[in-house]
Design a protein around this ligand. Structure first.
Ligand code: F0G
Length: 352
């Protein structure tokens, strides 16, 4: 069988797997890196801007890159069950890959605060879904303790295999672009992905696969910006529920990625996120979820700060698919016009 074989087979030399690791894959990775000239023109005309659309992964988010590895290793190590806390995407991915491997999958989600599409995914893949009357950070604390006490494999990004898998997105960007970009923009929630990308870029650089390293540019939602504020946020709030996190697990590593790359971790407001979310869909034909658009909102903010020079290249990771969260999409869009079923009404409404 030809074609893309999933990130484990494609990047095996860079990953902690052996010939005896049973590969649990849905063909994740190889997501489009799309040039975004119309968006660039509108928000940052000097930039050569690209969107890495991770919504094109099998469960609709970047989590699949880490999950294929975490689940494969769990199976290799003889696990029967896995557990995670999630704002939605991790649980969808764990449910899919874990279910495929025949494992029990337990997921804890904050009640009422995850996008419905993600909840539907976890339910359809027959995970045991527990809604916690609390937030993601509280749920993560609980599953960490359970995993230690009861020997259930934790598949949050504190599981080292998760970030190892996720770093392959940086490899792909270099392979697709021919080199690393000068800036890489990402939304930051639990701070695992920015950590993973930085690791990926560094490994590729050491291996001579790219000639430079990007400045890592991470953006938190203003109501959930512990790294920017320098303290834990007890009650994080944002429309971008995927990054509604007040105490990121990879906080220290993310700050190091920012410092070592001469990058930045900053915040964007919900209004700025929604504006970017709508622009990406309207101008470039890519429907991402609100949290994903924090990366593009970051570009807008940095443009206003006068950061960019002519011809500089930047990649924004769009972490998840917009179809996961249609409620928000509909609430921020123009409503359809209802008409009678005849041509005259159609052309009149269209202004012909
Ligand atoms: N974008 C989306 C769509 C996400 O689902 C997440 C995290 C992030 C960005 C932030 O990435 O945590 O590595 O900094 N979602 C996790 C989850 C927390 O449970 O699905 P991060």
């Amino acid at each position: 069988m030809g074609g893309w074989r999933g990130i484990i087979e494609e990047y095996r030399a860079y990953l902690p797997v052996s010939a005896s690791t049973p590969v649990v894959t849905l063909g994740e990775g190889n997501t489009p890196l799309v040039r975004a000239p119309r968006l660039a023109e509108a928000i940052a005309p000097k930039l050569d801007l690209y969107l890495k659309f991770e919504g094109a992964n099998p469960t609709g988010s970047f989590k699949d890159r880490g999950m294929t590895l975490a689940i494969s290793k769990a199976v290799e190590e003889g696990a029967r069950a896995v557990i995670c806390a999630s704002t939605g995407n991790t649980s969808a991915s764990a449910a899919a890959y874990g279910g495929r491997a025949g494992l029990q999958v337990y997921v804890l989600i904050p009640e009422g605060k995850i996008a419905l599409g993600k909840l539907a995914q976890a339910m359809m893949h027959r995970a045991t879904v527990l809604q916690v009357k609390g937030n993601f950070d509280q749920a993560l604390t609980i599953v960490k303790e359970i995993s230690v006490k009861y020997g259930i494999v934790l598949v949050n990004s504190v599981n080292p295999y998760r970030l190892e898998g996720q770093k392959t997105a940086a490899f792909e960007v270099c392979d697709q672009l021919g080199d690393a970009p000068m800036y890489h923009f990402l939304p930051v929630g639990n701070a695992g992905n920015i950590t993973a990308y930085w690791r990926g870029y560094q490994e590729y650089h050491k291996g001579g696969k790219c000639t430079r390293l990007p400045r890592m540019m991470g953006f938190q939602a203003a109501g959930a910006a512990p790294i920017v504020l320098g303290h834990v946020v007890e009650k994080p709030q944002t429309i971008a529920t995927a990054i509604r996190i007040g105490n990121p697990a990879s906080w220290v590593q993310a700050v190091k990625a920012m410092q070592d790359s001469n990058g930045k971790i900053d915040l964007v407001t919900d209004e700025e996120i929604v504006e970017a979310y709508r622009m990406v869909a309207a101008l470039e034909g890519i429907f991402c979820e609100p949290a994903s658009a924090a990366s593009v909102a970051g570009v807008i903010k940095m443009q206003k700060a006068g950061l960019f020079k002519d011809g500089e290249s930047a990649v924004c990771t769009l972490t998840g698919h917009g179809l996961k969260d249609v409620d928000i999409a509909i609430s921020v869009s123009q409503k359809p016009t209802t008409i009678q079923a005849n041509m005259e009404d159609v052309v009149r409404v269209l202004g012909y």
